[in-house]
Structures are given as structure tokens and as C-alpha cells.
Design a protein around this ligand. Structure first.
Ligand code: ME8
Length: 521
């Protein structure tokens, strides 16, 4: 996300409707939601997109297994994703489904445009296909001559008439894009992997199938009723059809996307195919494609067949949605894998959230109530605490850069450094002794310092824990809005005089594991 652009567009992958959501899906979506909320608070015109990927052989087979039509099945699972994101208060501006009529029209327009440009030709595909990954492989790429190198499942041989996209034509242009745009793929180490892969040579990509029909038809002008589009072409284009590409293009002003979040499993599709399609369409490329790591459970990849899938709703219901959001964003450096454990979650709740944040709020209401009838004035903060103010302003002045680099865990670490300064100041200055010694103005300055620190941190934490931050804001008598953000964070001002209200403990201590076995719903 760059500060300079007024329109900000953030996307999640569109999830397959062959399975219910687990914490991996929730992770991507929560990061995207956090970025969108932050961007909106800073005053940027923000569009957050999520949705479901509903075509292809995998969905068609899953539906058949359950005795449903693909559309019936897609309706059911897509609805579940949407309900989950609504329960999680995900602030998406659009939930796209690839079965939406506008999406299909946009995909057909894109196909036609690429075809007219000479980037699509007809041929015959012969090779191997992994239905689970919806990916083509050559014999050389297979493991033990048969198995998918990505998911390990058996592949099937495909030999059929197909249209191809001239991916090979874009090799040099892709390499140039990677070279000239340092952060186009984050983390940077991943960019090098992708760049090396492309340097190894790209084969043209088969983009239509004839052996099943659950997909977007080719444009009518092609007169190819047997062909449906390859599901990844259909799916990737959602990022522009959601903005009206090919239909009502009003929202195309949001393109190019600022951040396209993906898991590392699908980075290749997003960092190679997607920019090549966009180049073919003469559209600008996304600013950042950011790939996060993998959540595992007890060190193992989560999968339904292993029965070790963690249901995010169950976890959020047990431990609180905001605590779950904080945990996901704080626990693992972006790009690295993380193992889900309730113990680690409980530690974060009791220590970071309960002790450092929640107790600090209690201390503010305790001190302000006891000494000043809940009235807090910032007038002497600068006089007595110039040093602490300079220290916190220096930290807070730099945290935004972490968001632009997708280092959200470091962003949170720094906010916690500021909370530590606040907790330490109370212990160092001992307001109870200041009061005893008749230095009420110094005690007031200290309470006001802490209140201001809490207010600033609250503004910066709103995108992470909106529900709890609303409670903190209520307690401090402040607003969480762009004007307050500009005043307290950008312009480094202090709060006006304020009245503190007591609130319940924000994060009650958790003594034991609450879920016997979080499992998929
Ligand atoms: O790939 N850890 O959909 P999908 C972290 N439809 N993130 C995880 C995860 C895990 N264990 N499991 C899933 C698709 N994810 C395509 C995408 S986009 C044009 C088409 C998250 O349902 C992560 O974001 O398999 C991953 O990339 C995505 O879910 C895959 O979702």
C-alpha cells in the first residue's frame, strides 16, 4: 500500500468451494481485512475483495460425489464462506462468485481480447493433470512418474484439443518486471524463486478443456461449444471482473491492486500467469503480490482426510474473535509457516492482551478515578514527559512502514514496545507517591501520558482488534476515525481533556485449554 494513492484495492484469493473454510483461509482473509481497515482509517478510499472459485473439474467431481449439481453444491459452500466472513466482521466491499453472470462476461471479454491480440492459439494438449491443484504437469515434473509434485496425489493423463495462451512470449517481460520492481512479490526471497523459475523457461499454457463442461464457455464468436475455460484463467480474472471489467467498469479506477494476498501454494499462478494475462490485456500490474506461509497443526499440513483441520469459528467463539485475529497476525512473521496451538494462543491472550494491554486500561481508569474523579487533562504532559513522548513518537512514526512491507508481526511488536514504555512509566514515577507528596500536577501529567499512549496505540490497533478497540475508545472518551488518526498519529498531537469511563476487563485470564480438539465443522 502506498500512501500517495487515494484508491486502495486489496484482494484475497477466491476460495474453492470443495471444502469448508479452516484457519488457513481465515488467516489470509484476516490479514486482508486488517490492511483494508487500516487503509480506511488513514483516509484512503479502499476496496476489499474476497469470494469463491466455483468452476473446474475438482468442484464438479466433489458435487457429483454428494449427488448434487455443481451449482447447488457451489451455492451451499459459497454461502458458508460468506456467512463465516460476515460472522468475522470481514469488511469486504464485494464477495465475488465465479458463477456470477458479470464475471463470466468479463472473462469472455478478456479471452476475446487476448485472442484478438494473437496471444491465444488452438492446439492439442497432451500431458498430466492434477485435479486437486487444477494444474498441468509434464512427465518430467511428476514424482515417481505419476504423482503431483505439489500435493502428492495421483495425476491423470490428459490428451485433448485445447486453446493455448502464449505464456512463453512474456518470459522476458516478466523477468524485467521482477527486476524493476523490488517489492512486486513479497517476501522478497520468494521473488527470487519465481524469477529463477521463469528464467528456466516457460511453456505455453493450456487454457481450455473439453472433457467436462463445468466452466465458463468460450466467447460465442469462437464457435467452440465444447470448450470451457481453464479454471485458473477464469479464477485469476476475478480480480478485475469484480471491478466491472467487461461490464460496468466504474470501479476499474481501483485497478491496479495495491496488495494481492495469497498463500505460498498459489504464488506461481499469481506471480507468473496473472501478470502475463494482464500484460496481454494491456492492463497495469499489481503493486504487490504478497505470499504468506502455511499454517500447520502439530507440525502437519491440515487436511480433511487427516482430520486435523482447525475450524476458525470454533476457535473465535471459544477465545474471542479479536484475540484470534491478534494471535494470527502476531504469532508468525509474514511468509513463514506457523503451527497452530491453543497453548500459544492462550499465552498471547494472558500476556500481551491481558497483562500489557487490558491491565494498562484498568490502571488508567483506576488512577484517574482514584486521584482525579476520572478527569484527565493533557496540559502538562509535555512539561513532565518530553522524553517519553519523543520515544513513543519515534517508534510510532515508523510503524506504518512495516505495514507497507507486510511485516505485521513487527508492527505489533513495536506497538507493544510502546505499551511497555507506558507500563514502565507508571512503575518509575509512582503516581501514588506523587500524590502523597502533594505533586498532583505531576501525577496528572503521568496519567495523561499513559492515557495518550493508550489512545495512540488504540488507533493503530483498531484494524487488528476492532471490537476491543471500540471498548478502549469508549473508556477513553475518544473517537476512532480519520480525523483523530491524523491528529494523534500523523500530527503527533495529544488528546483534548477527557473523561474516563470504567469498562469490564478486556481480556479475562484464561487458565486452561478451552477446546478439547478444535476440528472442522
Ligand atoms: O487455491 N495455511 O483456493 P483454496 C495458510 N481457488 N493458508 C492457507 C492454508 C493453510 N494451511 N490453507 C489454505 C485456491 N490457505 C484457488 C485460488 S485465486 C484466483 C484462486 C489459504 O480454497 C491460502 O491463502 O485452495 C491459500 O493460498 C488459499 O487459502 C487457497 O485456497
Amino acid at each position: 500500500m502506498e500512501e500517495s494513492c487515494k484508491n486502495v484495492y486489496i484482494t484475497t484469493p477466491i476460495y474453492y468451494v470443495n471444502d469448508v473454510a479452516h484457519i488457513g483461509h481465515a488467516y489470509t482473509t484476516i490479514i486482508a481485512d486488517m490492511l483494508a481497515r487500516y487503509s480506511r482509517l488513514t483516509g484512503l478510499n479502499t476496496f476489499l475483495l474476497t469470494g469463491t472459485d466455483e468452476h473446474g473439474q475438482k468442484i464438479s467431481q466433489s458435487a457429483e460425489l454428494r449427488g448434487k449439481t455443481p451449482k447447488e453444491y457451489a451455492d451451499e459452500i459459497s454461502g458458508k464462506f460468506r456467512t463465516l466472513w460476515d460472522d468475522f466482521d470481514i469488511t469486504y466491499d464485494k464477495f465475488i462468485r465465479t458463477t456470477d453472470e458479470e464475471h463470466k462476461l468479463g472473462v469472455q471479454k478478456a479471452f476475446q481480447t487476448m485472442f484478438d491480440k494473437g496471444d491465444i492459439y488452438k492446439g492439442e494438449y497432451e500431458g498430466f493433470y492434477c485435479v486437486s491443484c487444477e494444474t498441468f504437469f509434464t512427465e518430467k515434473q511428476l514424482v515417481d512418474e505419476q504423482f503431483c509434485p505439489d500435493c502428492g496425489r495421483p495425476t491423470s493423463i490428459v490428451k485433448e484439443e485445447s486453446y493455448f495462451f502464449k505464456l512463453s512470449k512474456y518470459e522476458d517481460k516478466l523477468i524485467k518486471w521482477y527486476e524493476e520492481n523490488e517489492d512486486c512479490i513479497l517476501p522478497r526471497a520468494k521473488k527470487n524463486e519465481i524469477s529463477n523459475f521463469v528464467k528456466g523457461g516457460l511453456r505455453d499454457l493450456s487454457i481450455s478443456r473439453t472433457s467436462f463442461d463445468w466452466g465458463v464457455k468460450l466467447p460465442e464468436s469462437m464457435n467452440e461449444p465444447k470448450h470451457v475455460m481453464y479454471v485458473w484463467l477464469d479464477a485469476l480474472l476475478n480480480y478485475i471482473t469484480a471491478l466491472g471489467y467487461g461490464t460496468d467498469e466504474a470501479n476499474m479506477k481501483f485497478w491496479p491492486a495495491n496488495v494481492q494476498l495469497v498463500g505460498k501454494d498459489i504464488l506461481r499462478f499469481h506471480a507468473i500467469y496473472w501478470p502475463a494475462f494482464l500484460m496481454s490485456l494491456d492492463l497495469p500490474l499489481p503493486k504487490h503480490i504478497a505470499a504468506h506461509g502455511w499454517w500447520t497443526r502439530d507440525g502437519e499440513k491440515m487436511s480433511k482426510s487427516k482430520g486435523n483441520v482447525v475450524d476458525p469459528k470454533q476457535v473465535a467463539d471459544a477465545y474471542g474473535l479479536d484475540a484470534f485475529r491478534y494471535f494470527m497476525l502476531r504469532e508468525v512473521p509474514f511468509g513463514q509457516d506457523g503451527d497452530f496451538s491453543q497453548k500459544a494462543l492462550i499465552d498471547r491472550i494472558n500476556s500481551d492482551l491481558g497483562n500489557d494491554l487490558g491491565n494498562l486500561l484498568n490502571r488508567i481508569s483506576g488512577m484517574s478515578g482514584k486521584y482525579f474523579d476520572f478527569k484527565v487533562s493533557s496540559k502538562d504532559v509535555e512539561k513532565f514527559h518530553a522524553k517519553e513522548l519523543a520515544e513513543i513518537d519515534a517508534i510510532l512514526g515508523n510503524v506504518e512502514a512495516y505495514i507497507f512491507n507486510m511485516q505485521i508481526n513487527r508492527y505489533l511488536e513495536d506497538l507493544w514496545k510502546v505499551l511497555t514504555i507506558a507500563n514502565k512509566a507508571i512503575n518509575d514515577y509512582e503516581p501514588w507517591n506523587l500524590m502523597k507528596d502533594g505533586k498532583a500536577d505531576e501525577a496528572m501529567a503521568l496519567v495523561a501520558l499513559i492515557t495518550n499512549i493508550m489512545a495512540k496505540v488504540a488507533l493503530l490497533l483498531d484494524a487488528v482488534m476492532p471490537e476491543k478497540i471500540a471498548k478502549i475508545a469508549e473508556s477513553l472518551g475518544m473517537k476512532i476515525d480519520t480525523a483523530t488518526y491524523n491528529s494523534l498519529i500523523k500530527n503527533k498531537n495529544l488528546l483534548e481533556d477527557t473523561i474516563i469511563t470504567k469498562v469490564d476487563q478486556l481480556f479475562p485470564r484464561i487458565e486452561e485449554v478451552l477446546l478439547e480438539q478444535p476440528a472442522s465443522s
